[in-house]
Design a protein around this ligand. Structure first.
Ligand code: ADP
Ligand code: MG
Length: 471
């Protein structure tokens, strides 16, 4: 027991808190701990009511810890203080947000060196800052996934896997076109497994992140560590496997990881833009294995599902969305959910910038560029000038070799837009941007794509540039 009640009202000793949460560190996956628990701070203590307020850096983290870790935290703190009737509540303190901003932006968490992070099977603790896995987005849950006939089967399979990892479909292979919910379902599986068992070793990573981590491990001569860590995973969620195409060393290592996990009856879930047999540049032996379990696809949602998705999103973000506007957007944007959400975000951005409520009239004008973009032909030069103008830089600077952030970010956006709105190939785009290699263009487009999913600011830049291009 610590110094029960010996501290002043209003103040909760940080050292007691830190000793308390150390217990959780041993029990939780390091990523979960560093994403959710580490950023918390005791904010206030109300002695009369035995109530401890704990500050979280964002609403997301606040809600997640409230739902998943409140009882555990109360138990630990009351044990430390020898008080059985302590209450814990959470509040948001944005000043703590430095530690979490990377996480919310969907960037990989760097696992810090700690003593208690040794893994199962006696593998060594992480001694370096090697990145492992990517954070699971708490917003991507089954509850937030709207089910319709287009995705019912896949959703049911994912739920089944989350309830009984390794027992039903292994691997579960999910495929679809872009923006139809593959990544969302992968995270939903991760969130559900962790909710049932917070100590489960769940790892989400894109196949590119797998490659990057492999490269880092090779570079630092830490392959044993990499192998041990990969093979100790209980639920491995691998996103966009098609990006392993042509990467032989990655495929070789993934093959061994797959076999080890499969034989141990650990769950593997993979997503791709195609069925296994149609993915180019992937070894036959992997394609065969990908088809061992269940292959399920996601189709574009029908009109009713699109309306329901918009309503869910509006409710989640506490934005008023009149029914006629939801129907209007759903009618006009039918290709995929990401575009549907993009249209809604754009409408919301314009409504708040102009200080007017969302209405059908505003939707009609705000979504015009999204509804008819293909009828207007833009050239690479149009895109270069629009991007340069938007960011206040010169076109010549944008295509130069300089790599400062104020130039490389607009350059990446411009390359992405060229790929999206022109028929140019990656090598052709490279030529238009100072003779860059096609792989730099692919990298740039992918960086922007992944930021588009996670960073609202990037969505807004793109919305504004497209508005300039398409009127
Ligand atoms: P993919 O990985 O297939 O490209 P994502 O999972 O990234 O697609 O989905 C794009 C966006 O659409 C995400 O914000 C996701 O939450 C949302 N989304 C997709 N399908 C649904 C759905 N059925 N219900 C709610 N949101 C969805
Ligand atoms: Mg995805």
């Amino acid at each position: 027991m610590e110094r029960s009640g010996s501290f002043e009202d209003g103040v909760f000793p940080l050292d007691v808190w830190q000793r308390g949460i150390k217990h959780l560190q041993g029990e939780l996956d390091p990523q979960i701990f560093s994403a959710y628990i580490e950023p918390l701070k005791p904010a206030a203590y109300d002695k009369d009511n035995c109530e401890l307020t704990v500050a979280a850096p964002s609403k997301l983290v606040c809600n997640h810890v409230d739902q998943n870790f409140k009882d555990k935290i109360r138990e630990i703190i009351s044990d430390k203080l020898g008080m059985s009737d302590i209450h814990v509540r959470f509040s948001v303190d944005p000043s703590l947000s430095d530690s979490i901003s990377e996480f919310e932006a969907g960037k990989p968490v760097v696992i810090k060196k700690t003593r208690s992070m040794s893994l199962a099977q006696g593998s060594p603790a992480v001694e370096s800052g090697i990145r492992f896995g990517q954070p699971i987005n708490p917003r991507y849950t089954f509850e937030n996934f709207v089910v319709g006939s287009s995705n019912q089967f896949c959703h049911a399979a994912a739920m089944r896997v989350a309830e009984n990892p390794g027992q039903s479909y292994n691997p579960l292979f999910i495929y679809s076109g872009v923006g139809l919910g593959k990544t969302h379902l992968l995270h939903a599986i991760g969130n559900a497994v962790l909710r049932n068992r917070p100590s489960a070793r769940v790892v989400y990573m894109s196949s590119e992140s797998f490659t990057n981590q492999l490269i880092q491990s090779l570079r630092h001569a830490r392959m044993d560590e990499f192998k041990n860590r990969m093979r100790a995973i209980e639920v491995l969620l691998i996103d966009d496997i098609q990006f392993m195409c042509g990467k032989e060393r990655t495929q070789e290592e993934f093959f061994h990881t797959f076999n080890a996990l499969y034989n141990a009856k650990h769950q593997i879930v993979i997503t791709s833009d195609k069925i296994p047999q149609d993915i180019p540049g992937i070894e036959e032996r992997l394609k065969t294995r990908f088809s061992w379990g269940l292959t399920a696809d996601l189709q574009a949602p029908d009109f009713e599902t699109r309306v329901a998705i918009l309503k869910r999103k509006a409710a989640l973000e506490k934005i008023q969305l009149p029914a006629d506007v939801a129907q209007y957007i759903a009618e006009k944007i039918s290709s995929n959910v990401r575009e549907l959400e993009g249209a809604f975000t754009r409408l919301h951005a314009i409504s708040s910038l102009q200080g007017v409520p969302i209405s059908l009239e505003l939707a009609e004008s705000a979504l015009k560029p999204l509804v008819q973009p293909k009828q207007i032909n833009v050239t690479v030069d149009d895109i270069k000038s629009a991007v340069a103008q938007h960011f206040g830089i010169k076109v010549s600077e944008m295509v130069s070799k300089r790599r400062t952030k104020n130039l490389s970010f607009p350059r990446h956006i411009a390359m992405y837009l060229c790929r999206k709105h022109t028929t140019c190939s990656y090598p052709e785009i490279g030529t238009h941007f100072g003779g860059r290699d096609h792989s730099s263009v692919i990298h740039a487009a992918n960086v922007v794509k992944s930021k588009l999913e996670n960073v609202d600011e990037v969505k807004e830049h793109i919305a504004k540039i497209e508005q300039m291009l398409f009127g």
